[in-house]
Design a protein around this ligand. Structure first.
Ligand code: WT7
Length: 641
């Protein structure tokens, strides 16, 4: 495969950028020519605000296609015997698996027929709660093949979280595994699904893949084994599964993500624009060259897995590595061992992983051959200079550009980033917007700062093909969350600064959203979960700097009466409660019991003060005189954990 839209020089970047601003429709229209459509579009972009101010965004209206024909079928003649997915299991003693494009195509068609046999139709929502096995990618693609909307839920979420997501999407079918391997642990996925389904009457069928072969309950009439269902299709002679013809704007998937208020919202991505945006950015950001082995360590439970393990790389005909385990099992050399063994050329991982491996020392790096590496990537949170330098020096051996990619679940693909081999990396900067991306930095009065050097809130003033279309079942919420703070613009929730050369540095969220080990968690969500504990009266959650996780979760908690006789036990009970309500990933790192919370006269919690205390900036909490209860501040400071 060749990529006529691949940018290979600074001038080409500047030209592409200019064209994307001067003539966005011409720009994206010509990129779309490199994809396979059953019918071409009538109009590249429709972008307007409806009477109530809600955004209307449509890309490639009138086009008909199926994304799996772009990811699989069209490669069969040229790349049929080339590896599409190489999968490394949790345990290095277990043999890796390789699926060629032809094999992957076959497996996707077979499983798509399984879904059909189980009553799944175009437009149905299918919930996936699985470990990082190739069958997860197969199931995702099988949904897309028949026009079902996939909703993947990360394996670190609780039964309650799955139930919330299933109910919100009204999923009819769930695909899961008996269990998942994670380091030296086995996670009981099916048991968690069983707990969730107690509250989910819409679910008619559960397909269970065997992975860990842990005992599971199988309910007659509802639960079936993946392997048995595949056999049924095979005894039918394994008929082909023609791809469903989809509209450009038909939903492809829902992915839930946290915001500053309430429950997570289902970000909706549609078909044509999504496909084009994640493929374009994949090819350009990583400077992918045909035949290269590309390894993104992300889980398919997150958008990075959707766009840069599955859809982007496969649509580009790349070889995508998929990894089941954790970076530190069996030891902190696991990533480097995989790079060495499979001669990985491009490695894309998260700062939290880099920091944790860095802490284990260079012993795990030194006997590994990393000479195949050509490009390194970072995603999910700001990468601090120390981690950047360590990654650059010891993994890239000072030869490999680091692409620090800023983007979000809502953007579908990378927005601001170095373009490998083309634009210049600067530690801790995401650097320049990709073609098609028009950032605006807003000041505290809501005006765009036009000067090059600027600091403020990061918005986008023009749509891009990967932009979220709505939040599932609640367009009003989409509008309020993203398009109401700065009318006419998409607001990212991030703060940033721009230097004199136009490079962007992301400074972190300006709303009440935490980024814990690259996982996005709302403080309100954690508070709600803590408040579910029977002894808890009120709580306030803030983030604080954490050496490995980037941010840690600090909870200030008021308990009923005098329950402090066994603080340690209460603390553990609260952790258990949060794990039940959201999932283990949202458990606070620190819990401090307090007698009160600093509040304004109108009863609002002054988080600014709590944040300073959590950060250890005791003498810098600012003015407390306007508080309803100023004395409480000293009290909280004394009790800091
Ligand atoms: C939030 C989005 C990007 C896909 C995976 C996470 C933060 C992400 C960077 C970066 C600084 C970053 C932002 C953003 N973030 N990448 N390179 N530099 N911050 O997607 O869960 O939707 O989280 O992650 O705060 O808003 P997500």
């Amino acid at each position: 495969m060749s990529y006529p839209y691949q940018i290979s020089s600074m001038e080409a970047y500047q030209q592409a950028y200019k064209k994307s601003v001067d003539d966005p429709e011409g720009f994206w229209g010509s990129i779309a020519e490199n994809f396979q459509f059953r019918k071409k579009w009538d109009k590249v972009l429709e972008w307007r605000f409806a009477g109530d101010g809600a955004p209307v965004v449509k890309w490639f209206q009138g086009a008909k296609l199926n994304i799996t024909e772009n990811c699989l079928d069209r490669h069969l003649d040229t790349l049929g015997d080339k590896p599409a997915i190489i999968w490394e299991p949790n345990d290095p003693e277990e043999h890796y698996r390789m699926l060629t494009y032809r094999q992957l195509h076959q497996k996707v068609c077979t499983f798509a027929n399984v879904l059909k046999n189980n009553g799944v139709k175009k437009g149905d929502v299918v919930c996936l709660y699985m470990g990082m096995v190739p069958e997860l990618a197969i199931a995702v693609l099988a949904c897309a093949r028949i026009g079902a909307i996939h909703s993947v839920v990360f394996g670190g979420f609780s039964a309650q979280s799955i139930a919330d997501r299933i109910q919100d999407g009204k999923a009819k079918l769930v695909i899961t595994c008996d269990g998942a391997f994670r380091g030296n642990k086995t996670v009981q996925l099916k048991a968690v699904v069983d707990d969730a389904l107690v509250q989910c009457p819409t679910v008619e069928r559960v397909i269970v893949l065997t992975r860990t072969r842990t005992p599971v309950s199988m309910i007659k009439g509802r639960d079936v084994w993946w392997e048995d269902e595949i056999k049924k299709v095979e005894t039918m002679g394994n008929p082909p599964c023609p791809a469903e013809e989809m509209d450009a704007e038909d939903p492809l998937y829902i992915l839930y993500t946290s915001g500053s208020t309430g429950k997570p919202k289902g970000v909706v991505h549609t078909t044509a624009g999504y496909m084009i945006y994640c493929t374009y950015t994949f090819v350009n950001v990583f400077n992918y060259q045909p035949g290269e082995i590309y390894f993104c360590t992300a889980d398919l439970g997150w958008v990075t897995g959707h766009s840069y393990v599955v859809y982007g790389p496969l649509a580009a005909g790349a070889t995508s590595m998929m990894f089941e385990g954790i970076p530190t099992y069996p030891d902190a050399g696991r990533f480097w061992e995989i790079v060495d063994k499979h001669k990985v050329n491009i490695l894309y991982t998260a700062p939290t992983a880099i920091r944790s491996l860095m802490a284990h020392g260079l012993g795990f790096v030194k006997d590994k051959d990393l000479s195949s590496l050509r490009v390194l990537g970072s995603v999910g949170e700001p990468i601090n200079e120390e981690a950047w330098q360590w990654y650059f020096d010891n993994i890239g051996k000072k030869r490999c550009p680091i692409v620090d990619t800023w983007w979000q679940t809502e953007t579908a693909g990378v927005m601001i980033s170095v373009i490998a081999t083309v634009t210049k990396p600067i530690p801790s900067y995401a650097t320049l917007p990709l073609p098609g991306v028009q950032p605006a930095i807003m000041d505290e009065h809501g005006n765009e700062i036009k000067e090059t050097e600027a600091k403020g809130n990061l918005c986008m003033k023009f749509p891009w093909p990967g932009m979220l279309r709505t939040t599932w079942g609640d367009h009003e919420r989409c509008f309020k969350t993203y398009f109401s703070a700065y009318p006419g613009k998409y607001f990212s929730g991030d703060g940033c600064l721009r230097d004199k050369d136009g490079n962007y540095r992301i400074t972190g969220r300006v709303d009440d959203v935490l980024n814990v080990s690259g996982h996005r968690i709302g403080t309100a969500e954690v508070e709600n979960a803590i408040n579910m504990h029977a002894d808890v009266v009120e709580s306030a959650v803030v983030g604080y700097p954490h050496d490995i996780k980037g941010q840690g979760i600090y909870a200030f908690v008021i308990t009923e009466g005098d329950r402090h006789d066994n603080e340690d036990l209460t603390r553990k009970d609260i952790l258990e409660t949060v794990a039940r309500i959201i999932g283990p990933i949202a458990r606070p790192d620190k819990i401090q019991f307090v007698k009160g919370l600093p509040k304004t006269r109108s009863g609002k919690i002054m988080r600014r003060i709590l944040r300073k205390i959590a950060e250890g900036e005791m003498n810098n909490v600012g003015d407390v005189t306007t508080l309803l209860n100023p004395d409480i501040v000293e009290d909280i400071k004394r009790g800091k954990v």
